[in-house]
Design a protein around this ligand. Structure first.
Ligand code: FAD
Ligand SMILES: NC(=O)C1=CC=CN([C@@H]2O[C@H](COP(=O)(O)OP(=O)(O)OC[C@H]3O[C@@H](n4cnc5c(N)ncnc54)[C@H](OP(=O)(O)O)[C@@H]3O)[C@@H](O)[C@H]2O)C1
Length: 329
């Protein structure tokens, strides 16, 4: 008998895998602990509009990814972002324009994952805590003790530390997954009553608690928002202040931003902090995806390739290929 394939995680990796399996005629059932899709590409809805607190944009280097990107653009899910780019090092702010094409979801980052999800079956606000073998097939259990299944295969598309726990039924696979550590990042959004008097749309930052700052409302589709900026702390600073209360994180990163941006920065009228506990994988791996195909357990995510949107999407494609090849063999 055939049963659906469970996919845990509706970030870009999980949705990439789900789309490829669905296109191959297989039935999938998605789960996510979040209230919506996107994971680290999600946008937070706030009183000042939807804010991209995770991925800021994505670039495209792989031919297969480039084909998908063109389709997404044609469907209106993404648009090219042409920021006025700067860099800041040792307190010096300089223009740093380049030729790179940068894409963003429009009118918010999560528009892309909403589009990819389409009408595939999904259960949100459902934190899976266990993947266990029933009589013959895989079952899932959530944090409330509710069971789901049976499933023929399970694809775990979460950050590596969460995936390692979910894959405990395949100890060798779980131990490979657990070998990839992930670094945290604090992200802060600040809104100002009047637009800041600066030409900067995005800035790569060194020698500061911050590594990146960008004008959220300057991105395509977000013009109706007040002047809102997203600031991202580097992993070193984040590790040091991992448990700082949010108000203090906002205050400290506001201070670092005001020092860096080179114009008067009034008190913000809105501030929000978000901690990404598993923001960025340590190192690049050339795995594509990992699996114990004989057991029917699979894992994908940015941590299998590069810690970027492109790497996550490619990993989702790789896991789907592995699964389809095994079914065909
Ligand atoms: C602050 C920040 C800035 C970034 N900036 C960029 C950028 O500018 N450009 C770029 O290319 N990349 C950027 N990245 C990286 C990019 O966001 C990721 O590489 C990519 O989104 C990862 O996708 P994923 O599907 O592998 O994982 P995720 O997006 O993390 O998706 C995993 C999903 O699994 C769900 N999940 C986890 N555990 C469970 C569970 N137990 N049960 C159910 N669901 C679960 C989560 O809710 C999540 O939706 C950034 C990341 C961060 C944190
Ligand atoms: N958790 C996190 O915070 C992140 C996880 C994963 C990626 N993160 C950031 O995503 C951005 C996307 O990377 P990529 O797709 O490779 O985009 P690029 O724009 O090519 O940036 C790569 C890297 O190069 C430097 N850089 C690029 N363009 C410029 C420029 N015009 N001026 C100065 N520097 C540039 C910059 O690295 P530095 O170490 O030199 O600051 C970019 O980071 C990317 O921003 C990741 O950091 C976050």
């Amino acid at each position: 008998m055939t049963f659906p394939i469970a996919i845990i995680g509706t970030g870009i990796a999980g949705l990439s895998a789900a789309g490829a399996l669905h296109a191959a005629g297989l039935e999938v059932q998605l789960f996510d602990k979040g209230r919506g899709s996107g994971g680290r590409m999600a946008s937070k809805r706030t009183e000042v509009g939807a804010l991209d607190l995770g991925a800021q944009y994505f670039t495209c280097r792989d031919r297969r990814f480039a084909e998908a990107v063109q389709q997404w653009r044609d469907r209106g899910w993404i648009a090219e972002w042409q920021p006025s780019l700067y860099d800041s090092a040792n307190g010096t702010l300089r223009p740093s324009q380049d030729e790179q094409i940068r894409w963003i979801g429009t009118p918010r980052m999560s528009a892309l994952t909403r589009g990819l999800l389409g009408d595939m079956p999904v259960r949100f606000s459902c934190r899976i805590t266990e993947v266990f073998h029933g009589k013959q097939h895989w079952m899932l259990q959530d944090a409330d003790g509710k069971a789901y299944g049976p499933f023929n295969q399970v694809v775990v598309a979460t950050p590596s530390p969460e995936a390692a726990q979910l894959l405990a039924a395949a100890p060798k696979l779980a131990s490979s997954v657990a070998s990839v550590a992930m670094e945290p990042n604090w992200a802060v959004a600040l809104s100002f009553e009047q637009p800041l008097d600066t030409p900067v749309d995005g800035c790569f930052i060194q020698d500061s608690p911050l590594e990146w700052a960008s004008r959220n409302h300057g991105k395509p589709g977000r013009a109706s928002q007040p002047d809102t900026w997203v600031l991202q702390a580097n992993s070193r600073w984040t590790r040091q202040y991992l448990d700082l209360v949010k108000d203090q994180v906002i205050e400290q990163l506001y201070g670092a931003f005001a020092e860096m941006i080179g114009c008067t920065v009034p008190e913000p009228v809105f501030g929000l902090a978000h901690r990404w506990l598993y923001g960025r994988p340590v190192g690049n791996h050339g795995w594509g995806a990992l699996a114990d195909s004989s057991l029917g357990l699979y894992a994908c995510g940015d941590w299998c390739l590069s810690g970027r949107v492109e790497g996550a999407w490619l990993s989702g494609q790789a896991v789907a290929r592995k699964l389809l090849q095994h079914r065909a063999s």
